[in-house]
Write a protein that binds this ligand. Sequence first.
Ligand code: AMP
Length: 280
Amino acid sequence: MIWRSVAELRQAVAAWHRDGLRVALVPTMGALHEGHLALVRRGFALADRVIASVFVNPTQFGPTEDFSAYPRREAEDSAMLAEVGAHGLYMPTADEMYPAGFSTTITVGGVSEGLCGAARPGHFAGVATVVAKLLLQARPDVALFGQKDYQQLQVIRRMVRDLDLGVQIEGVPTVREADGLAMSSRNAYLTPSERAIAPGLYRTLTAMAGRLSAGAAADEQEAWGREQLQSSGFSAVDYLELRDADSLQRLDRLDRPGRLLVAARLGRARLIDNVAVVTK
Ligand code: AMP
């Protein structure tokens, strides 16, 4: 079942709710891969009906970013969702999402600042606004997001609490290729030689996480990791930082559960990844 309008989506979800069924929503930008499907599969464990949305949201892309190049594969996406048993797909048009005169933006403070918030001004306001709209359009009982976009997950958790949106937010662990590279629609931008370099991102994070867990200083480890990435072929490291796992405040040393987050450029792609850093 494909819905293009808010009215059709609302009607379907309302009918399920009248029957006492729990509904899960998996928001995506399409070009689906196993990472997205893991969210759908986890949805089956938490709800009776699982729907996905595919919407390449223009407002979360900066003026020099890849909005027009972003892969769009509607037919494949809808076939993959049908195959895993998703109960519906919401694919609104840009006009349905942002009708003429649209003027509201949701800005989440604190967790939006720094990391991708610094490297991509306006990005999280675009994400928060479209996710709030999707949650209010679909009114699911639970919505699922990947830990792969860890800062985004924390921004959404904060927004849902602050605005009393009344939906359970479920974070799903990152699905990786066999060599450790986090699955991403943007991996399609990598040439074969860049693809061979890309797993270095996760390798560097895991090596650093072990030493940070053992008490190493964050700034020393961050300098080591940057050097490691740049010498292996990444052209720039936007950030590589140890943060508090919940508040995303900077940590100098691990004294509570942490998260190590990175964004680095490789050819045309900007890759992000993160790992948990656990206290011993
Ligand atoms: P996107 O289509 O990239 O906006 O991603 C849609 C959702 O899928 C977001 O909640 C992402 O965090 C999640 N996601 C993307 N890649 C992965 C992955 N490799 N593992 C787990 N979740 C992912």
